[in-house]
Design a protein around this ligand. Structure first.
Ligand code: CUA
Length: 158
């Protein structure tokens, strides 16, 4: 069978790209231990307001200066609607939903997760730049989805 030279080049080039993509995933998983935020912690979505893990919502700071933010997402708001966290410290977000699937995106940062009822979404990130950030729901959750937002204030540390 005669294969044109250009066709051979493109076949090898696309083969190389596929191998390169698989390699980046393999290196990320095995080398850097990367994984998507995992939904392993479950919760009864009808009882989130009384669950001890979400009874006290808002920010708590540990002895190392890191912060944990506990929020509940619901149609069509986040509770609390404004949180203050320290800059240059690890901040762990713990979010769950009281009703349907929502999104939790801190615009302009790498903070982003789905919020699925029945599960606790958790991720940790560090904010280098103090300022005001917008938190939006990026999963369509109903008629007022576009109004669902909150505010994150990253405060400079003395
Ligand atoms: Cu909540 Cu869209």
């Amino acid at each position: 069978m005669n294969v044109e030279l250009y066709e051979k080049i493109w076949m090898w080039a696309s083969g190389f790209l596929i191998a390169a993509f698989v390699t980046t995933i393999a290196v990320g998983v095995a080398g850097s231990a990367l994984q998507p935020p995992s939904h392993v912690e479950t919760i009864d979505p009808t009882k989130v307001w009384n669950d001890p893990r979400f009874a006290k919502r808002g920010v708590s700071v540990d002895e190392h200066g890191g912060a944990t933010v506990v929020l509940i997402a619901m149609m069509f708001a986040f509770q609390p609607a404004e949180v203050h966290v320290p800059a240059n410290r690890p901040v762990t977000f713990r979010v769950t939903s009281a009703d349907v699937t929502h999104g939790f995106e801190i615009v302009g940062t790498n903070g982003n997760t789905m919020v699925v009822p029945g599960y606790v979404s958790q991720f940790t990130t560090t904010f280098r730049t103090p300022g005001e950030y917008l938190i939006v729901c990026n999963e369509y959750c109903g008629l007022s989805h576009h109004l669902m937002s909150a505010k994150l204030i990253v405060e400079a540390q003395p």
